[in-house]
Design a protein around this ligand. Structure first.
Ligand code: MRU
Length: 364
């Protein structure tokens, strides 16, 4: 997608080959800063600190991190060490493990002298595959939006989304946003309600930033507003992303997604999940019981950062001194609440049969 008219991805190999460039997402929306990853430790820190985040981008960043590791030391020990270091950075998004396993397949049985070049080649492929997958998701999701637009006889289509499953969460296009960008580019009247998504505000900071840059009409809403909008017929469909979807179609996504799915079901609003296949974890079935839910630092809840009237970025405390807080980063929406999964191979029912039929090579 474009930033100030210039096409960009969220991660790239720098022209001098010194490492990877990333858009530092902890600085958005008020500052656009490129960070430079030169070592596997830099990359592990970037994932842990959420300079890069979003399931598909975490996977791509981990793939490039394996290149950085192999460049420094291509021994078997360094390979295993890099795998373990990166796998421990964030527990919920399965794309991380998927990408690391792909890298191990490409590297494990290769002579040391070839490992760095092979790692870079596979990481580039993973990044390019992510872009192609998201474009395909966009094309399939676009049809859903077109159907609604046709039913509304040219009336605007209102999409509600949660967190940031936009191009910043992927290498390009986004998952939930790919159909939105394609609809907008085609001239369909589309408007997005972006949940602010406490505590890290990925919706208010990141989704709003990228929709703004692309010129997509949108409104940032507090997380609690979605139910009210749905009761008043102001939302035509919900599209969210996912960090891990189980073999039977349970969807783990940013905390608060489940409540949106409940409100959607109660109000007859279609609830779709944009799902790239590397996000499917065929080894787990019951999402509520089996997916590890990341718990992050208390300060993400107790404090908030923003721009002051004089333009300074400041962090202030919201909660009283001494009040304990809880910070569960994800929740699970059971498959029964999901209208459909928008995958690169079409829109599927959220159940074991449909997923296994569409992705037999992953299911077996
Ligand atoms: O904690 P984050 O910001 O990495 O979580 C991201 C989300 O939950 C997104 O909605 C999800 O990864 C889908 S990204 C295409």
């Amino acid at each position: 997608m474009k930033v100030d008219g210039k096409p960009m991805r969220t991660i790239w190999v720098e022209a001098d080959g010194a490492g990877c460039g990333i858009i530092d997402q902890t600085r958005l929306p008020h500052e656009f800063v490129v960070a430079h990853l030169k070592t596997v430790e830099d990359a592990a820190h970037a994932i842990r600190a959420m300079q890069v985040r979003g399931a598909p981008l975490i996977g791509a960043a981990a793939a490039y991190a394996m290149w950085l590791a192999m460049r420094a030391d291509a021994s078997d020990e360094a390979l295993e060490r890099a795998y373990a270091l990166l796998l421990a950075t964030r527990p919920t998004a399965i794309n991380l493990k998927w990408a690391l396993d792909e890298m191990m397949v490409a590297l494990r049985n290769r002579p040391r002298a070839e490992r760095a070049a092979a790692a870079l080649a596979r990481a580039n492929e993973i990044a390019d595959e992510d872009v192609a997958i998201n474009q395909a998701i966009g094309r399939h999701g676009l049809k859903l939006i077109e159907e609604i637009a046709a039913r509304k006889n040219g009336g605007g289509v209102n999409v509600l989304t949660h967190c940031n499953a936009g191009w910043l969460a992927t290498v390009d296009w986004g998952t939930a946003t790919a159909p939105i960008y394609m609809a907008h580019d085609k001239g369909l009247p589309i408007h997005v309600f972006a949940d602010e998504t406490r505590p890290r505000n990925q919706g208010a900071a990141l989704t709003a930033w990228e929709l703004n840059h692309h010129g997509v009409p949108h409104t940032v809403i507090p997380d609690n507003t979605g139910g009210h909008l749905m009761q008043h017929g102001m939302v035509d469909l919900v599209i969210v992303g996912t960090d891990r979807t189980t073999a039977n179609g349970d969807v783990c996504n940013k905390i608060g997604t489940y409540l949106k799915a409940l409100a959607a079901r109660d109000n007859g609003v279609p609830f779709y999940v944009a799902l790239p296949s590397p996000t499917i974890d065929f080894t787990v079935s019951d999402g509520v019981m089996e997916i590890p839910i990341e718990q992050r630092g208390a300060e993400e809840v107790s404090h908030i950062s923003g721009k002051t009237a004089s333009g300074r970025i400041e962090t202030v405390q919201l909660t009283p001194d001494g009040s304990p807080v809880a910070n569960y980063a994800f929740d699970v929406t059971p498959a029964r609440l999901v209208t459909g999964l928008i995958t690169e191979r079409g829109v599927l029912a959220a159940n074991r049969e449909a997923l296994a039929k569409a992705f037999p090579e992953r299911a077996s």
